[in-house]
Design a protein around this ligand. Structure first.
Ligand code: SAM
Length: 275
């Protein structure tokens, strides 16, 4: 039986817990702020927060630091949640293994529902959004951080250009990973199309750029941790792609540094009172 998207994500995160939050911490904006901090700024200071796809609790910890008193999270991966439970700020947090499509929380239990780089990976996103609306108080905030792609002419774009033929060769050899999530919600219009019928107002939308630059070797490692697709490549393919990448990167390096930026889009909205 082929693996489903959720089986793939659970296995990946059970095998690599903490990978995402370490990567985010190592890639602040030009102003030195993490994507979690920037995202939380757009949400404000809610008392009761639920994080969909909370992984190791890095974002919940930011909300704890901003005075949230009820912190909850859900994730497919028990290994990620085990790390979340080790954070002193989250000892009282209610983090559960489960699916965001079936939230084990009461109606109107939260002032904010947030999701950082996770909603875009979820299957049946309409059901997730309906559940978010159900557990939010009327007027409550829904905030979503979505991958916005590579900055042109830099290390991530180069990596993707070189990796594409490898991904295609793997597909031709039937080494495939399941399709993750719904790409349509990565645009403002596509997201509104899913949110509006569930009773949310049109989103506010803005973007930041995370700085993932460094030595070409560091940029290679970053790209390895950002793209789930690299799991379909075998050792030889990875070694060959790495050689190609480091060779091609030479012409872009300035003072030993390869620029590499990744955009994150933030969308915030609220549950309309009549929903
Ligand atoms: C790219 S990681 C982001 C983790 C975290 N939000 C962060 O930014 O540090 C995506 C997370 O979403 C979780 N996830 C994906 N689909 C899910 C679903 N349907 N229900 C709950 N969690 C899910 C994965 O297990 C994974 O931990």
């Amino acid at each position: 039986m082929p693996q489903t998207a959720e089986e793939f994500l659970k296995a990946f995160h059970d095998n690599n817990p903490g990978l995402q939050s370490v990567g985010v911490a190592a890639s602040p904006t030009a102003k030195g702020r993490t994507s979690y901090e920037e995202f939380a700024d757009r949400v404000g200071t809610p008392e009761r927060v639920l994080d969909l796809g909370c992984a190791d609790g890095a974002l919940l910890e930011v909300f704890a630091g901003r005075g949230a008193t009820t912190l909850a999270g859900i994730d497919l991966s028990g290994a990620e949640l085990a790390l979340a439970r080790q954070r002193p700020a989250l000892v009282k947090a209610d983090v559960r293994v489960g699916r965001a499509q079936e939230l084990p929380f009461e109606d109107s239990a939260f002032d904010a529902v947030v999701s950082h780089m996770a909603l875009m990976l979820m299957t049946d996103v309409e059901q997730v959004v309906a559940e978010a609306a159900r557990v939010l108080v009327p007027g409550g905030v829904l905030a979503v951080a979505l991958g916005g792609g590579a900055v042109d002419g830099e290390g991530m774009e180069l990596f993707l250009k070189l990796a594409r033929p490898y991904f295609e060769a793997a597909r031709a050899a039937e080494r495939v990973m399941p399709r993750l999530g719904n790409r349509a919600i990565r645009t403002r219009e596509g997201l509104d199309e899913v949110l509006t019928p569930a009773g949310f107002a049109p989103v506010s939308w803005d973007s930041i750029v995370l700085d993932q630059g460094g030595t070409p070797e560091k940029v290679w490692e970053t790209n390895m941790s950002v793209f789930y697709d690299v799991t379909v490549l075998d050792e030889d393919q990875l070694a060959e792609l790495r050689r190609e990448f480091l060779d091609a990167a030479r012409s872009l390096v300035l003072d030993g540094r390869l620029a590499c930026g990744m955009r994150i889009n933030f969308a915030t909205t609220h549950r309309e009172s009549s929903a």
